[in-house]
Structure formats: C-alpha cells, structure tokens
Design a protein around this ligand. Structure first.
Ligand SMILES: Nc1ncnc2c1ncn2[C@@H]1O[C@H](COP(=O)(O)OP(=O)(O)OP(=O)(O)O)[C@@H](O)[C@H]1O
Ligand SMILES: [Mg+2]
Length: 267
C-alpha cells in the first residue's frame, strides 16, 4: 500500500526516493508512519485482579478485568450495586491498588506509585468527581476550586484568579463567595467539577456524579460534563446508574461478574 500523505508525496532527496520507491522499504515506511499516527489508549488495564481481605474472608471483585479507553472517549460504566465500579475507579485513580494485573493510566503504571507519587499523579492527571461533592464546608466556592492549585504550590492570588475562570466556566461566577452550605446540590456539583478540572487533568473519573440530584438537575450537570469533556479535550470515565445518561456516552460498558462488556443497546 502506498500512502499519499501531504508533505511526503514527492520524493526530493536520494534518501526520500529510496525510502519511498524501493518496494522492500515501502512497507517499513508505511508501517512506521501508521504507528506514528496510531492512537495510544489513555487507559490500559490488563488482567486486573482485586481481592479484599476481610475478617470474614476474601472478597474477590475482579479476576481478569480488561479495559482500554482511547483519548477523547467518554465512557459510561453501569452495573449492579456492589459489582466493584467504585473500586475500579479508585484503582485507575491510584486511590487503591490492584491485587494483580497491569493498570496504565495516562502513561503511568499506577500500581507502582508510592503514596507520594500517587498524590502527585492524581493532582496532575486526574479530575475526580464523586456522588457527594466533598467540598470543604468552611471555605468559599472560589477557595474550594483553588485548593488543588494551592496544593501544587501556586501562589494564592494566582490560584484564586484561575479558580475564578473555572467558576465562570461552570456558570457560578456570582456564587464565588458562597460556602458549600449556601449552594444548591447542582451548584455544589458544578463547583466540584471546577475543582476537579482546575489543574487541567487529561482524565475525568466521575463516580455517580449525578446520583444525588433530581432528574432535571442531573441532566443539566451531565450536559455540563459533556461540554467540559469536549472543550477541554478530556478522556472521561463515568459510573452511573442512570441508563438514559449513560446512553449519551460514546460507549457503555457493563460491569458484571468481575468483567466489563459492551452494554448496547441498553435494555
Ligand atoms: N476497602 C474495602 N475493604 C473490603 N471490602 C470492600 C472495600 N471497598 C469495597 N468493598 C466491597 O467491595 C464491593 C464492591 O464495592 P464498590 O463500592 O466498588 O461497588 P459499586 O459497584 O461501586 O457499588 P454501588 O453501585 O453501590 O456504588 C462491595 O461489596 C464492598 O462492600
Ligand atoms: Mg460505587
């Protein structure tokens, strides 16, 4: 196969001519070009096993779970309660460790990180959103959003300025001095999203981000997630029990018996 690629089409030097015209070299040239353009998954999980050792015996959630997510995908994970959806997100986000298998997330072998490296990895690469906002009650919305920047050593005024932009992005610029208790559930979750993304991570991990909201607000928060996913070139993995919202994702996977499988069409 000969690829017509702009800029490579006309051999000019002897080297170019040899590479492009010699039939035996053409294969190498083409395959190296193809591999240069090939997409590397942002999440690569192979044969993941996870067993919790408890006082009442071992609890095995996964024996050989596999998952690949390409950059730019927005993937929903659905499944019954207790199947291990949160555990999977925790492992991907270096909040928990696998029992066996390999887990590459944003080019990082997350199982090999020390606690300090795991904290730095999360701060840099992962935006995490949970069902409950976990905002700090005694700080304002603006200060909550600025927290990850301060944790990374940014100066306070700088951090607050960046946080203000993010509050505007989630439509809450006029709530910046409200404390979490002075915000609605949907507003709290929007602040939590701004806080999750303020460090420009590549990956958004969201664990039932709309699970605590009424249907209308859940739809609005989900739309915001979709918009932020698009405009910030995120790769997103969302756990949800809401099949209508899951259906809006590029892929839906069901976690069942320790394995992920495509869940389309959704019943
Ligand atoms: N640290 C832990 N030690 C022991 N068992 C745990 C631990 N964390 C979770 N589990 C158990 O692992 C199972 C899976 O938990 P997980 O929270 O991942 O489920 P889930 O799919 O997210 O459920 P839900 O939809 O209800 O949120 C549960 O039975 C839970 O009790
Ligand atoms: Mg869960």
């Amino acid at each position: 196969m000969h690829l017509a690629i702009p800029g490579f089409a006309r051999p000019s030097t002897r080297f170019d001519r040899e590479i492009m015209l010699r039939p035996d070299r053409r294969v190498d040239f083409t395959s190296s070009l193809l591999s240069a353009f090939a997409t590397t998954p942002l999440i690569e999980v192979h044969d993941l096993a996870k067993t919790y050792r408890t006082a009442r015996g071992d609890l095995t959630l996964f024996r050989a779970l596999n998952l690949e997510v390409d950059p730019g995908e927005i993937v929903a994970i659905v499944g019954q309660s207790g199947t291990g959806k949160s555990t999977l997100l925790h492992i991907l986000g270096a909040l928990d460790v696998p029992s066996a298998g390999t887990v590459y997330c944003a080019s990082t072998n997350v199982a090999k990180l020390s606690p300090r490296e795991a904290a730095a990895f999360r701060n840099r690469e992962i935006g995490y959103v949970w069902q409950f906002h976990y905002l700090l009650a005694e700080f304002t919305a603006l200060e909550n959003v600025a927290m990850p920047l301060l944790a990374r050593g940014r100066k306070r005024q700088e951090a607050l300025a960046v946080a203000a932009k993010w509050l505007m992005e989630v439509g809450l610029q006029d709530r910046s001095d409200h404390r979490p208790g002075e915000l609605s559930g949907g507003e709290q979750q929007r602040v939590a999203l701004a806080r999750a993304l303020v460090n420009n991570p590549r990956l958004l991990l969201a664990d039932e981000p709309t699970g605590d909201l009424d249907e209308t607000t859940a739809g609005q928060v989900f739309s915001l997630i979709e918009r932020l996913h698009r405009t910030h070139n995120l790769t997103s993995l969302l756990v949800t029990h809401n099949l209508d919202l899951a259906a809006r994702c590029t892929r839906v996977l069901r976690l069942e018996n320790g394995r992920l499988s495509p869940a389309t069409p959704i019943p």
